[in-house]
Write a protein that binds this ligand. Structure first.
Ligand code: GTP
Ligand code: MG
Length: 203
């Protein structure tokens, strides 16, 4: 898929102020600093579209981007950001979980996982929660440029092995880099295929 058009629509902390749910929507979620915003910029070829930072906790709101005027890409705040207060964390949890459960046009959640790391409990807990809720998701392993392909593949295999304790079938996964754009085209093609199946929810 060629991204001809990518437009920031809105930032939100309230579920009832989200854009009308009439277009297919895809959300990026994962630990703080895993590279969600960077990957949105790499996939759309727009460097400053989503705000990125070396410091974790940059994205604080639900940000909607309209792509090719036909689908939404959503940048979410990261989880597991130690500096955030407990109160903040539970507000985040409630808000994001409510969004993920109730958003009727959400076609797929992309869970971003750092390909440099061994399986982390926080990521495994989160994919298990998505599984329990029956929310469709796929996994994107990020920052592939930071180490050898062998190392990334080992970490991916370990993560998938850990998931097998809870999942009968494992979802699709991708290996990406925002620096080299590895995997960006595959993620876009995959979104394109899901878009073809989309039927607008009845309001
Ligand atoms: P929060 O908004 O805080 O949850 O973080 P985020 O997941 O949106 O991460 P962000 O895209 O802001 O990236 C965090 C840091 O990682 C930045 O310094 C990026 O430049 C860097 N980064 C992200 N993706 C990649 C990648 O694929 N390769 C390399 N080398 N660096 C990356
Ligand atoms: Mg971000």
């Amino acid at each position: 898929m060629i991204v001809k058009d990518a437009e920031f629509i809105c930032s939100n902390t309230e579920i009832d102020k989200l854009p009308i749910a009439n277009l297919p929507e895809y959300a990026f979620i994962g630990r703080s600093n895993v590279g969600k915003s960077s990957l949105i910029n790499a996939m759309t070829g727009r460097k400053g579209l989503a705000k990125t930072s070396q410091k974790p906790g940059k994205t604080q709101l639900i940000n909607h981007f309209l792509i090719n005027k036909t689908w939404y890409l959503v940048d979410l705040p990261g989880y597991g950001f130690a500096q955030t207060s407990k109160k903040n964390r539970s507000t985040w949890e409630k808000f994001i979980r409510a969004y993920l459960i109730n958003r009727v046009n959400l076609q797929c959640v992309f869970v971003l996982i750092d390909s440099r790391l061994e399986p982390q409990k926080i990521d495994l807990d989160f994919v298990c929660w998505l599984g329990e809720q029956g929310i469709p998701f796929q996994m994107i392993f990020t920052k592939a440029d930071k180490q050898s392909g062998v190392k990334s593949d080992q970490n991916i295999a370990k993560f998938r092995r850990a998931m097998k304790k809870w999942f009968e079938e494992l979802p699709v996964h991708f290996l990406t880099s925002s620096e080299t754009k590895l995997g960006c085209e595959q993620v876009l093609e995959n979104i394109d295929a899901i878009n073809q199946q989309f039927e607008a929810p009845i309001e």
